[in-house]
Design a protein around this ligand. Structure first.
Ligand code: BES
Ligand code: ZN
Ligand code: ZN
Length: 479
């Protein structure tokens, strides 16, 4: 656990505090001295400040006025982001414990603020030799809000922890996190939370004829793994499982179509889809959601070696379909194709895959959202989009017209793993579509999964994108 969140009834005099108010007018004047009220007023009216710090020497008090002019989801997101802004001050003053006192009209705000604080407070210190020196001061967040229950706080804590575990996995370099190690880490998460894990070995993957995963793995000294995660409550609300598939390329050099110039140094992030699936199962199991969920994670690195696959190769996938490899850097779709056809055996209600699949998705919408496409019906799509808005991991649905499929027809095999110069995120999706025969959505998270710099509570490096989104969606589905 990174930052712990608690429900609390009272605050001692020296307790550092964040007060939430809806407007200047609604400030409870008993809480502040005349001078302080005057100061707050000037800061708001003259300096247009929304976050005001009152330094009472022993006690630091932050006054946060929530601007409710935006629509609801955006307002809640502003409150989360304020958590990150206030955290900077908390850290510089070495504060270990902070109290949130909600005087606004909305109980969601205290949860959102706590969420923003805890997510922003994340650090990846495993490889720091001066851990104590580098560690953040904030350890504990207390929520003083009669409308917020213990249960809501515990649930939030589990989802935050899941997101941060997912970030940890993404931030781990390949020097530690090989495919077999990724599987081990998932086994650990399974033990901690209660979901079941089965790891298929290379021999089993060969027996299953997962030609895509095996081809990508040919240049590796480490064997591939195929990890199956399962959360199956006794009386699950869904008869057929929801299957989540995550791209687990633990490092993507591009292979013989090697990544030149910029880009390779961040490619430990190419298993962010896998990390999102593992994190989601952790959150679902910890919160004991009444929904049957299966996770599938094909994993390998993609490297150069005399044995590595090359452009021009033709491979036979798990489904039996043949693929002409025209670019060894378009490896994600090869391993996902195998996982998607493997998913058929579960007769799933819905399959969602998450993958850092294309630079094209990143180029199209940047870090601001998830590129989404698929054949699921509008009801499912709308539910997913709604969850995306609530947790602010928004979905941008791309066109998925048949004609894009023409761009991946091959002369010598059924399909090729490379489209044309345009619509790269979509042709990658069209490739995946060849391996599904059930309701399905594809989420390309290449943009938001890994950041070069902090973005409010989304910290630099792995962001854990997908965990909060899928958890929210699955929770809505389990009702
Ligand atoms: N892992 C990359 C995609 C990626 C790019 C992820 C940037 C995160 C940030 C993927 O395997 C890849 O290399 N895709 C190629 C496909 C192309 C060769 C068709 C790409 O997008 O350039
Ligand atoms: Zn690649
Ligand atoms: Zn890749």
């Amino acid at each position: 656990m990174f930052t712990t969140i608690h429900k609390s009834k009272k605050i001692n005099e020296s307790g550092h505090a964040i007060y939430l108010f809806s407007s200047l007018k609604s400030i409870n004047t008993k809480l502040f001295s005349k001078d302080e009220l005057e100061y707050i007023k000037t800061q708001v009216e003259k300096n247009e400040q929304k976050t005001i710090l009152i330094n009472r020497l022993k006690q630091q008090v932050f006054v946060l006025l929530i601007d409710e002019k935006k629509e609801k989801h955006a307002t809640v997101e502003t409150v989360r982001a304020k958590g990150a802004t206030i955290l900077a001050s908390i850290k510089s003053q070495k504060i270990a414990e902070i109290n949130i006192l909600n005087h606004s009209s909305e109980k969601l705000y205290s949860l959102a603020l706590a969420e923003g604080l805890a997510l922003a407070n994340y650090q990846f210190l495993k490889y720091k030799t001066t851990k104590a020196k580098s560690a953040t001061s904030l350890k504990k967040v207390n929520i003083l809000d009669a409308d917020v229950s213990e249960g809501q706080i515990t649930e939030l804590q589990h989802v935050i922890d899941a997101t941060l575990f997912s970030r940890d996995l993404v931030n781990e370099p390949v020097s530690f996190l090989s495919a077999p190690q990724l599987s081990k880490e998932i086994e650990k998460l399974g033990k901690q939370s209660g979901f079941k894990v089965e790891v298929l070995s290379k021999a089993k993957i060969e027996a299953l004829k997962m030609g895509g995963l095996l081809a990508v793995n040919k240049g590796s000294v480490q064997p591939p793994t195929f990890t199956i995660l399962e959360w199956k409550p006794k009386n699950a609300s869904n008869k057929k499982p929801i299957v989540l598939v995550g791209k687990g390329v633990v490092y993507d050099t591009g292979g013989y179509n090697i990544k030149v110039g910029t880009g390779m140094e961040t490619m430990k992030c190419d298993m962010a889809g896998a990390a999102a699936v593992a994190g989601t199962l952790y959150a679902v199991a910890k919160n004991k959601l009444n929904v049957h969920v299966i996770g599938l994670i094909p994993a390998t690195d993609n490297r150069v070696d005399s044995k590595a696959y090359v452009a021009g190769d033709v491979i036979t996938m798990h489904s039996g379909k043949t693929v002409e490899v025209l670019n060894t850097d378009a490896e994600g779709r090869l391993i996902l194709g195998d996982a998607l056809s493997y998913a058929k055996k579960y007769n799933p209600e819905l399959v969602i895959d998450l993958a850092t699949l294309t630079g094209a998705a990143m180029a199209a919408i940047g870090k601001y959202g998830i590129v989404a496409m698929g054949n699921a019906d509008d009801k499912i799509k709308n539910k997913l989009k709604e969850s995306g808005n609530v947790v602010y991991e928004r979905l941008a649905e791309f066109p998925f017209w048949e004609e894009y499929g023409d761009l991946i027809k091959s002369d010598i095999a059924e399909i090729k793993n490379l489209g044309g110069p345009y619509g790269g995120a979509i042709t990658a999706g069209k490739f995946l579509e060849h391996f599904v025969d059930y309701p399905w959505m594809h989420f390309d998270i290449a943009g938001p999964a890994f950041l070069e710099a902090n973005d409010a509570y989304r910290t630099k490096g792995g962001t854990g994108t997908g965990v909060r989104l899928l958890y929210h969606f699955l929770k809505n589905n389990s009702k």
